[in-house]
Design a protein around this ligand. Structure first.
Ligand SMILES: NC(=O)c1ccc[n+]([C@@H]2O[C@H](COP(=O)([O-])OP(=O)(O)OC[C@H]3O[C@@H](n4cnc5c(N)ncnc54)[C@H](OP(=O)(O)O)[C@@H]3O)[C@@H](O)[C@H]2O)c1
Length: 267
């Protein structure tokens, strides 16, 4: 009988990570999802374990637990993340550090722990959940966008470096997706009054555009496509609209793109 493939998905207590864990478990994968508070969540058909991606000891304990139970990790999905909803000027250095600690260094922690295992196995898949914000920055998310841009560069470079070991690195770039992401955003401790009008305008705009968010299942289906591909590409979007957005960002002249962003955001 073929051995069940083992996947480790960070941040699986809710949102995209939870949807991906459920779908892969139904597909027959042996799934390990993570949360900083695993005791708060019950799962069916897959196991939740403790992980804080900002804590090296927690990362080692999590990866060790999967290895003790399964002896292999075929795929790592770096999904854990949050948004810092602060204008570029108003975020403190500590707030920016915390954003990068989770969204960027958290992924690095995980890759450093899992890559030796995949090298030893002679292969594996790493899928990093970026965002369309990894391609273009939009207010008030300069530092979130910067963390995802960093993740894009990291993933693209690592893909070149680890291909020789049979390890395939891909990025998924979801657009607006229905989850608790917006409720979970971190706010600046010292908001600047100078940005209050723009903040309120963007908040109202956010309420209107919320309707356009796609369901988490489209991201899970994209992950399934990446994991089933014999030769996965570097980048994947999740819907036709996101695909169009990603291509416009890359191909439109900068002035036209910025005009379009100002139109869309009513700036
Ligand atoms: N929703 C969107 O519109 C959207 C669009 C593009 C990209 N994304 C990306 O998709 C990913 C998931 O977002 P989501 O929408 O599913 O958000 P969410 O519903 O808020 O879920 C975030 C997940 O990340 C985990 N997490 C946060 N900080 C962590 C840490 N330090 N260590 C370990 N786990 C941590 C949380 O787990 P616990 O709190 O249980 O520990 C939770 O499971 C993020 O990387 C986000 O940037 C989201």
């Amino acid at each position: 009988m073929a051995q069940r493939q083992v996947v480790l998905i960070t941040g699986a207590s809710m949102g995209l990570g939870h949807e991906m864990a459920e779908m892969l478990a139904r597909d027959g994968w042996t799934v390990y999802g993570t949360s900083r508070e695993p005791e708060n969540y019950s799962t069916h058909g897959w196991r939740m374990i403790e992980l804080d991606v900002t804590d090296g000891a927690s990362v080692r304990a999590c990866v060790d637990e999967v290895m003790q139970r399964e002896g292999r990790i075929d795929a790592l999905v770096n999904n854990a993340g949050y948004g810092l909803s602060a204008f570029a000027e108003e975020a403190t250095v500590d707030e920016i550090r915390a954003q990068f600690d989770t969204n960027y260094l958290g992924v690095h922690h995980m890759c450093q722990a899992v890559l030796p295992i995949m090298r030893e196995q002679g292969g594996g898949r790493i899928v990093n959940i970026s965002s369309l914000s990894g391609l273009i920055g939009t207010p008030p998310s300069a530092h979130y966008s910067a963390s995802k841009h960093a993740l894009e560069a990291y993933s693209q470079t690592m893909r070149l470096e680890v291909a020789q070991f049979g390890i395939r690195v891909s990025i998924i770039e979801p657009g607006l997706t229905k989850s608790a992401f917006r409720e979970n955003v971190a706010k600046p401790a010292e908001p600047l009054a100078a940005y209050d009008d723009l903040r309120e305008h963007l908040r109202e705009q956010g309420v209107r555009t919320e309707k356009l968010a796609h369901p988490t299942v489209v991201v899970a289906r994209t992950l399934r496509r990446v994991l089933r591909a014999r030769s996965p590409r570097l980048r994947y979007t999740c819907t036709r609209l996101d695909w169009l957005g990603a291509h416009l960002i890359c191909w439109l002249p900068e002035g036209v793109m910025h005009w379009l962003v100002r139109k869309v955001f009513g700036l």
